[in-house]
Ligand binder design. Structure first.
Ligand SMILES: [Zn+2]
Length: 370
């Protein structure tokens, strides 16, 4: 197809589904390295790296995982990158707006060549604006339990499901006030039962490029009736040390091609790296929330810290995810506090501010790549 640029009526080349990686690196003159054994293609420019994994929708930008809508494929000996993968290369490696066209084997950028960093100061292309790639656009609030599942039952038969729903509603209200452009999703907004799988499904329906985050709100129980305080958990499939050990093992055995199913092995490891990536972001989110709760709930209760653990609901959500235990329903004083709307507002304010810190950091570090 021939492009008559500037000729009225002909329009521009349609956005292709895929672009050959060779076309991208040749057009821009980028360094690249294809590793047939692991099926990985690394494209480098100006100290930044994009690592595509063949047959998956994962791309690592300076070791941070992002997800593409389509998988990379090998066709007729060509490594094909889906269109949104090309967007990512342009945004992170060229630091330009992802506006491009591909025709006759050549990839060209459209329009002006202003750097994104400069553009980000303008209203048109800053955090919160449409098409800004480093923004948290959706926040999922997950009030624990509900319906037939009361959660923890505490002092005076106070039920966890009621308290966490109240606090979650407050969080939603606060977030809506603070962030008009963002979508706030509740996994339940009334006293109904929602399974853990459904909660994960609700979250995973959100497009990854909207950079969603997931906050599950719970209250604690203990046989020790004087136990009190709030804690934030971040999550992953496997205990931290185990994953760290396995990744280290891989680093040490990259050249061991004697492993029978090496590609499968590498894929498995890459899955785990993704897990680590969300763990890092999740741990940050947990830390921010915990710190802010300390400020708002402060002297009335106890800071029990940030912890890593396995929770099914967090495993289910493929995004940065935390679970906040806002206090103990089994502690008389805390249970009574948690029933009061002024205290619920304090908890919600702390959690909202923590989410705000995460959003600010995400914007500033361009999705933790800087
Ligand atoms: Zn719970």
């Amino acid at each position: 197809m021939v492009l008559f640029s500037g000729t009225a009526g002909t329009g521009e080349a349609p956005r292709p589904e895929y672009v050959p990686a060779a076309g991208v690196v040749k057009s821009f003159g980028y360094d690249f390295e294809y590793n047939a054994a692991s099926g990985t293609l690394e494209i480098r420019n100006n100290g930044s790296r994009a690592l595509f994994v063949l047959g998956t929708n994962k791309v690592f930008i300076n070791n941070n995982a992002r997800f593409l809508q389509k998988k990379t494929v090998l066709k007729d000996g060509q490594f094909l990158i889906p269109a949104d993968g090309v967007d990512i290369i342009i945004v992170y490696l060229a630091r330009k707006r992802p506006s491009w066209q591909y025709a006759n084997g050549v990839l060209t950028l459209r329009g002006e060549s202003t750097r994104i960093r400069d553009l980000s100061r303008q209203k048109k292309f800053g955090p919160g604006s449409r098409n800004y790639p480093y923004d948290i656009q959706v926040i999922v609030i997950d009030p624990g339990h509900g319906g037939k599942d009361p959660g923890g039952i505490g002092y005076n038969d106070i039920e966890e499901k009621d308290i966490v729903l109240e606090v979650s509603r407050e969080i939603k209200k606060e977030l809506q006030k603070k962030y008009r452009g963002k979508e706030i999703i509740m996994t339940r907004d009334k006293d109904v039962f929602v399974s853990l799988e459904e909660r994960g499904e609700i979250a995973n329906r959100i497009k990854p490029e909207k950079n969603p985050i997931f906050i599950s709100v719970h209250a604690n129980v203990s046989f020790k009736l004087d136990a009190s305080g709030y804690e934030s958990y971040f999550l992953s499939l496997t205990p931290f040390d185990e994953v760290a050990r396995e990744v280290a093992q891989v680093e040490n055995s990259v050249l061991n091609f004697e492993i029978e199913d090496h590609n499968e092995y590498i894929k498995e490891i890459i899955n785990r790296i993704v897990d680590i990536e969300y763990r890092r972001e999740s741990a940050k989110l947990a830390e921010f929330i915990q710190n802010r709760l300390n400020g708002t709930a402060g002297p009335k209760t106890k800071d029990r810290g940030v912890k890593g653990a396995f929770f099914y609901v967090l495993r289910a959500a493929k995004m940065p995810a935390v679970l906040v235990e806002i206090g103990f329903v089994t502690n008389k004083e805390e249970a009574l506090n948690m029933q009061r709307s002024d205290y619920q507002k304090k908890l919600a304010k702390g959690i909202t501010e923590g989410i705000g810190d995460f959003i600010t950091t995400f914007n500033r570090t361009e999705a933790f790549t800087k």
